[in-house]
Design a protein around this ligand. Structure first.
Ligand code: GDP
Ligand code: MG
Length: 595
């Protein structure tokens, strides 16, 4: 156990975590040159394309230093706020962390939020300044920021480059020297912390864990504490580039278990594995059920595809335990599913996977958060969908989720960022200068305002120089109302939103204007109205046009005529018939695109 080092790498997105991990694997010869392809750890297609690590992984390296053999377990963590609970569980499995900071960018919002998570778990922090090969590196400035943040010495900071390999040897030396070996009693009752799981179509769900106490053997009968389920450990082992089976793993080790588990939901990140006989007294602290925070309806464009969509969602859920869905129906869109996601990125990933892996053609409705509704009758309802909101007269109070948000930016942009955050009902809590020209702003804000168009706006007003991170702090009461949209007097449930009363008029007007742009002319006038209850607050009209595409053909060439008609039909495929009005897919997301 004294020769084991368990560590993770934490960084803001794009600061070079995956690239440095690759260099560590190369230098320790964990991966041969032939096996080495760019970013072996991000092995899901989508991750590689988007350059983000969606799921955390673990890999073991052997390292020889001064004649001593060491086992280094690198536990990779996802780099996005949507997955911060998973980050916290990976961190809980480690004793040390490499804190990577891009020397051209300096400290960013996720650098700080991930660092706090690591410090909460008493991890030894090794600061690494990356991308030193770039001509615009600002080592002194960034070092000052790091010293300020960590209270470390200038000499403690490793200067490195994932590109040239500079500093990688020093990183390995420091991991051995600075990161403490794991503690734990191999003879105590078994306690393993699950920090991740993956789905394998041949072997079922594979759970990754760290043994914090005790020893586990192949074929042991084990129990997962939170789910209460029992399994036989068919195979246990350590993770190299491939799985390497072992007969036993004990306190301090990081490994995997295969036990015939069929669905991802049975393996909960943060859960404790123990023995059925002689179990541990207590589960490992910090377990939480992850709850989806963002919801949206997903509907097949062609209603005949409903069953196929269900099958696709079920398959996605096999390896994505945080995705939830239940059938719902919409007067406008027919039969579909109300889906729950961890956040917006997670929602985009699911949409993209439905499209790529299952070839599903779907409409996604405007995302919303979940609300606690207190009725006059004294009930408390969880509402996941604006159209599921009870009548206004029956509501005593509505509560919405609130976040604590951190924005880090150049001080030049403070003004516009403040304006944006206040517009989004944010309350400024703190303003800290990290250096003379970089500032950290802390806001309390409703999550519901972030799910609209916050990221895009923040990016554009700061010219890309602002970073953002948040965590949920709880629910707060708010004056929210339901805003309905009517097309030719018919309410379109899929276009309803919940919105703060003070913004409703302005919002109603802008959404009608946007829909007017997005809904094509039809053979009759289309009235677009925004309403609060029975009261119309805004109106626009799409004027009728008689579009006869065959008119140009002079009745002559019949095959040309047919071709044109077919073309027109295809064009319609991406439209959804709502009442007598044809509505393009984009219109259902119009709220996200308001100027
Ligand atoms: P991650 O999001 O933290 O995992 O970052 P990646 O490892 O995916 O790197 C983000 C981008 O920066 C990629 O385009 C890398 O090729 C590039 N990159 C990473 N490390 C270095 C470095 O040391 N020098 C240079 N010049 N580019 C780097
Ligand atoms: Mg990465």
């Amino acid at each position: 156990m004294n020769n084991i080092r368990n560590f993770c790498i934490i960084a803001h997105i794009d600061h070079g975590k995956s690239t440095l991990a690759d260099r560590l694997l190369e230098m320790t010869q964990t991966v041969t040159q032939r096996e080495m392809k760019q970013q072996v750890l991000d092995n899901m297609d989508l991750e590689q394309e988007r350059g983000i690590t969606i799921k955390s992984h673990a890999i073991q390296m052997n390292y020889l230093q001064e004649g001593q053999k060491y086992t280094l377990n690198l536990i990779d963590t996802p780099g996005h706020v949507d997955f911060s609970y998973e980050v916290s569980r990976s961190i809980a499995a480690c004793e040390g962390a490499l804190l990577i900071i891009d020397s051209t960018q300096g400290i960013q919002a996720q650098t700080i939020s991930n660092l706090y998570l690591a410090l909460e778990h008493d991890l030894e922090i090794i600061p690494v300044m990356n991308k030193m090969d770039l001509p615009n590196a600002m080592p002194e400035v960034v070092e000052d920021q790091i010293i300020d943040l960590l209270g470390c010495e200038r000499e403690d900071i490793i200067r490195a480059s994932g590109k040239t390999g500079e500093g990688v040897g020093e990183i390995l030396t420091r991991i051995v020297k600075d990161v403490p070996p794991p503690v734990g009693d191999p003879d105590a009752p078994l306690q393993c912390l699950i920090f991740d799981s993956v789905f394998n179509s041949f072997r079922g769900v594979i759970a990754y864990f760290k043994v914090t106490n005790g020893t586990i053997h192949t074929n042991d009968l084990v129990k997962f504490v939170a789910t209460g389920k029992q399994y036989q450990a068919d195979e246990i082992g350590v993770l190299k580039l491939k799985m390497n089976p072992r007969d036993e793993l004990s306190a301090g080790d990081v490994g995997y278990i295969i036990s015939g588990i069929k669905t991802a939901r049975e393996v909960k990140v943060g859960d404790t594995i123990t023995h059925v006989k002689n179990p541990c007294d207590k589960a490992i602290a910090g377990f939480e059920e992850v709850k989806p925070m963002v919801f949206a309806g997903i509907y097949p464009i062609d209603s005949d595809d409903y069953e196929d969509l269900r099958t696709a969602m079920e398959k996605l859920q096999l390896n994505d335990a945080s995705l939830t869905f239940q059938p719902e129906s919409s007067a406008a869109l027919g039969f579909g599913f109300r889906c729950g996601f961890l956040g917006l990125l997670h929602m985009e990933i699911v949409q993209e996977r439905l499209d790529r892996e299952f070839d599903m053609n779907v409409i996604t409705t405007v995302p919303n958060v979940s609300y606690h509704v207190h009725t006059k009758g004294g009930e408390i309802l969880d509402v996941y969908n604006p159209s599921g909101m009870p009548e206004a007269t029956l509501i005593e109070d509505i509560e919405e989720p609130f976040i604590r948000a951190q924005v880090i930016s150049k001080s030049d942009f403070i003004g516009p960022i403040m304006t944006l955050c206040l517009e989004k009902r944010g309350i400024l809590k703190k303003q800290d200068y990290l250096t003379a020209d970089r500032v950290e702003l802390t806001f309390d804000m409703p999550l519901g305002e972030i799910v609209f168009d916050f990221y895009d706006k923040l990016k554009s007003i700061s010219k890309g120089y602002a970073s953002f991170d948040y965590h949920i702090t709880g629910y707060r009461s708010a004056k929210l109302i339901k805003l309905d949209i009517l097309l030719n007097s018919e309410p379109v449930d899929a276009l309803s939103t919940l919105i703060h009363f003070d913004n409703a008029y302005n919002f109603g007007r802008r959404i009608c204007e946007k829909l007017k742009e997005l809904i094509p002319r039809q053979q009759f006038d289309v009235a677009i109205q925004a309403a609060i209850g029975a009261k119309i607050i805004a109106r626009e009209t799409v004027k009728a046009v008689r579009k006869d595409v065959t008119a140009k053909c002079y009745g002559g060439d019949i095959s040309r005529k047919r071709k044109l008609l077919e073309k027109q039909k295809k064009g319609k495929k991406r439209m959804k018939q709502v009442g007598n009005v044809e509505v393009p897919q984009k219109a259902f997301l119009a709220v996200l695109k308001l100027d």
